[in-house]
Design a protein around this ligand. Structure first.
Ligand code: NDP
Length: 263
C-alpha cells in the first residue's frame, strides 16, 4: 500500500486526508493519506523518507523549506521558491506547486478578470501574484506592513500599505492574509476596504470553511464571492493527479474528491 501525508504545524484542521482518501477509496487505489505534525522544517526530508512516503502535501509554515529540501523542483514552483506538493520519484524528492493553479480553477466562473487587488504579501500571495502576472493581469498588492512588499515591487506590480492605497476599481479582490482565520479581524481597515469592495466585481478569500469578516463585507455589498474551499479542491485535484502519476484524469479525481466536502 502506498502512503501519502500532509506536513504542517498546525495540521490537525487539514481536510487533505479526507479529500485524498475519498479519491483513493472510490477509484480503488491501494493507498492511504495521513497527517504529520512537523515542528522542525529541517526534519521534512528525513521524515518523508523514514516513513517511506510516496508523496506529500506541505502546508504552513514549511512550504519554503520544502522547496529547499527537494532534489528537483518542477514547473511554476521553480520561479516562486514555494513547494506544496512532494512526489517520491525513484528515491528522489520532486517538488511542485499546485496552489496557484488551484486558485485559477476556483476563479473559472469569475470572468473576465483583468485587474486584481491582492490583500496580503505572504506565501500564498507570492504564488497567486506570479500566476496573475503570467496570465497578463494588472495586479496590485496591499499589505499591512511594508517589509514583504519589496518582492512584489521587484515583479513590477503596484504595491501599497494601508497608508498609501488609493481608491481604484478592480475586477477581483482576493484576501490572502490570515486575518479572519481564527478571530474577527479585517485584512485592512474597513474604511479602506469598503470603497474598494463597493466598485469591484468579485471577491475571494483563501480561508475556507467560514464567512470571514472580509467575505461578510463583500456579501453586504452584494458582490459575487467565494471562500477558499474551491481553491483547496483545485490544488488537491492537481496534487492527487501528480501522486497517481496521471493514471486518472483530473475530472475523475475532482468528482470523487468533491464527495469529501459533503462528509
Ligand atoms: P503567510 O503567513 O505567509 O502570510 C500572511 C499574510 O497575512 C501577511 O501578508 C501578513 O501581513 C498578513 N496578515 C496576517 N495577519 C493579519 C492581520 N490581522 N491583518 C492584516 N494582515 C494580516 O500566510 P500564507 O500566505 O501561507 O497563508 C495565508 C492564508 O491563506 C491562510 O489563512 C491560509 O490558511 C490560506 N490558504 C488557503 C489555501 C486554500 O487552499 N484555500 C491554500 C494556501 C493558503 P504582514 O506582512 O504585515 O505580517
Amino acid at each position: 500500500m502506498k502512503l501519502f501525508a500532509i506536513f504542517g504545524d498546525p495540521v490537525a484542521h487539514s481536510r487533505s486526508p479526507l479529500m485524498h482518501n475519498c479519491v483513493f477509496t472510490h477509484l480503488g487505489v491501494h493507498a492511504c493519506y495521513t497527517r504529520i505534525h512537523l515542528k522542525e522544517s529541517a526534519q521534512l526530508k528525513a521524515t518523508f523518507f523514514a516513513l517511506q512516503l510516496s508523496g506529500a502535501n506541505v502546508t504552513v509554515p514549511h512550504k519554503e523549506a520544502a522547496f529547499e529540501a527537494c532534489d528537483e523542483v518542477r514547473g511554476f514552483a521553480k520561479s516562486i521558491g514555494v513547494v506544496n506538493t512532494l512526489v517520491n520519484e525513484n528515491g528522489r524528492l520532486i517538488g511542485y506547486n499546485t496552489d496557484a493553479d488551484g486558485f485559477m480553477y476556483a476563479m473559472a466562473p469569475f470572468q473576465p478578470i483583468k485587474s486584481v487587488l491582492v490583500l496580503g504579501a505572504g506565501g500564498t500571495a507570492k504564488a497567486l501574484v506570479n500566476k496573475f502576472v503570467d496570465e497578463g493581469m494588472h495586479v496590485s498588492v496591499l499589505n499591512r506592513s511594508k517589509g514583504r512588499l519589496d518582492y512584489f515591487t521587484s515583479l513590477g506590480v503596484a504595491t501599497y500599505t494601508w497608508d498609501t492605497m488609493p481608491q481604484q476599481q478592480f475586477d477581483l479582490i482576493v484576501n490572502t492574509t490570515s486575518a479572519g482565520l481564527s478571530g474577527h479581524e479585517y485584512p485592512a481597515p474597513v474604511a479602506l476596504l469598503e470603497p474598494l469592495i463597493a466598485v469591484c466585481h468579485f471577491c475571494a478569500d483563501a480561508i475556507y470553511g467560514k464567512v470571514t469578516p472580509f467575505l461578510h463585507l463583500a456579501q453586504q455589498y452584494r458582490k459575487i464571492s467565494k471562500d477558499g474551499a474551491d481553491m483547496l479542491l483545485g490544488q488537491g485535484v492537481l496534487a492527487c493527479a501528480l501522486f497517481l502519476d496521471h493514471q486518472f484524469d483530473n475530472k475523475q479525481i475532482e468528482t470523487q474528491m468533491k464527495k469529501s466536502f459533503l462528509l
